[in-house]
Ligand binder design. Structure first.
Ligand code: ADP
Length: 451
């Protein structure tokens, strides 16, 4: 039974019962004396029967009244229980939700707030009562929020999907999405509103991350163009010189050899950049960096990479520390391991001053092999360290003098994780960095010494 319909139903029932009773009483009064007079001729007996008839009437009407009142009270109790249940269900919905539900009076003061006030306002519902709803809006969003509120009231529209930030009394900031229903007096003036707001902080974080990713991507495209153009310009310049026979005679054989060496060196840089881009596209499409796991002489890989850097950068100091027990052979992709070591060395060179030492160490531990590259360079803050494995991230993107696409470490991590290992970074601003690669033994199964 719906609570709103109960009174009418009860009323009609009461009316029909009263009507039946009135008819019965009328017929009784009309015919009972007449029937009694026809049946009983003795006056004393007639008087006795009439008294008995009166008592019978009282008993019957009392029973009738009792039945009626009893039925009526039972129905009222049933309706009240129904109403109570419906109130309880409503309370559970309103108080059980994590959404914020508020009611505001005509002066903009809170008259009702559900229990979520604790979460978003840092106050209990009763403490919120009488405070201005705008008190909790972030100062940067307050003016804009007042404007849309005003706009909706002036245009008699409902507000849907309005976003702002709420600041609780404890300083917690929550991004909220609002739906507001306004009510008005008969004269059209604002009478208050009821509003429901949902916490969209998580969605906002995802949107910001997406936005940041897009920004990094567009920054990456211009960096990539720069990284490709610089070596290409050198390749073009030197190859043009070598192609002009008229000018070629002016150069000594040693100079010509230097031109060719420079072209080769720049072509190598281009190859590395293109390889990084190909790796990036694989990683982006959810694929693993392809690995050819086979017996790999890790010591040889490290020694060769360091020797090459020494040759290329004679002015720099590279130190190699190989522990005695370091395994000569392990299961790994030699080409990829070379790529990893070169990348770490390249970063150590790029981000440290020319006089700073660069140390490469390899040590064997019970369950893993540890390779580390340490420099005495500019170092990084802890916040920067948490981001360096992100694609496109460069701590100082404005410094175009230091080349790089912000991909190296991201690819290094994919390669090492592909081997079942991990990469760790320790760094201090102004003191230097240590990047450590830990390769687990499942890929370090000893293999017979290679030929
Ligand atoms: P990039 O090609 O830009 O060097 P990486 O992925 O190799 O890309 O490195 C990401 C960022 O991490 C670099 O731009 C740099 O800011 C920081 N970084 C990496 N290695 C070092 C290091 N040894 N010292 C200081 N900063 C470093």
């Amino acid at each position: 039974m719906r609570p709103g319909r109960a009174p009418f139903k009860l009323q009609s029932q009461a009316a029909s019962t009263a009507g039946t009773y009135a008819l019965f009483a009328f017929l009784w009064i009309l015919f009972s004396d007449w029937i009694l007079a026809a049946l009983v001729s003795d006056l004393r007996l007639l008087s006795l029967f009439q008294t008995l008839k009166g008592w019978l009437f009282v008993v019957v009407t009392t029973a009738l009244v009792y039945t009626l009142v009893h039925r009526h009270v039972a129905k009222l109790l049933e309706a009240e229980a129904e109403l109570q249940g419906s109130k309880e269900r409503y309370r559970e919905v309103v108080e059980g939700t994590d959404d914020l539900i508020i009611q505001v009076d005509e002066s903009g003061r809170l008259v009702y707030v559900n229990h979520s006030s604790h979460r978003y306002f840092g106050l209990s519902p009763s403490e919120c009562s009488g405070l201005s709803a705008f008190d909790f809006v972030h100062t940067d969003d307050r003016e804009r929020s007042r404007e849309w509120f005003q706009h909706c009231v002036e245009n008699r529209t409902r507000c849907d999907n309005i976003e702002n930030r709420q600041v609780s009394r404890t300083g917690k900031i929550t991004s909220m999405l609002w739906t507001v229903n306004f009510s008005y007096q008969f004269d059209g003036s604002f009478a208050g509103c009821r509003a429901i707001a949902r916490d969209i902080s998580e969605r906002k974080k995802v949107e910001q991350a997406l936005h940041e990713n897009l920004r990094l991507k567009s920054e990456f495209i211009s960096t990539a163009a720069h990284e490709l153009r610089t070596p290409l310009t050198a390749v073009m310049g030197y190859s043009e010189l070598l192609m002009k026979e008229s000018e070629l005679g002016a150069f000594s054989p040693q100079q010509k050899a230097e031109f060719i060496a420079t072209i080769h060196e720049k072509a190598e840089i281009l190859t590395h950049t293109v390889d990084d881009l190909l790796d990036l596209s694989r990683i982006d499409s959810g694929q693993r960096v392809p690995l050819e796991i086979r017996p790999c002489n890790l010591i040889e890989v490290i020694t060769k990479a360091v020797a090459e850097f020494k040759l290329r950068l004679p002015g720099r100091s590279f130190q190699l520390h190989l522990s005695q027990d370091c395994l000569q052979h392990c299961w790994a992709d030699p080409g990829r391991m070379r790529q990893v070591i070169e990348n770490l060395l390249d970063n150590a060179v790029k981000y440290s001053p020319p006089q700073g030492d660069i140390a490469v160490a390899c040590a064997h531990h019970p369950d893993h092999c540890r390779i580390s590259v340490t420099d005495q360079g500019i170092g990084m803050s802890q916040e920067q360290v948490t981001k360096i494995f992100d694609k496109f991230y460069r701590a100082d993107a404005s410094d175009t003098a230091v080349g790089g696409l912000g991909l190296g470490l991201s690819i290094v991590r994919h390669i090492i994780e592909g081997h079942g290992g991990r990469v760790e970074v320790r760094s201090e601003v102004g003191k230097g960095s240590e990047v450590t690669v830990l390769l687990p033994h499942k890929h370090l199964k000893s293999v017979p010494e290679g030929p």
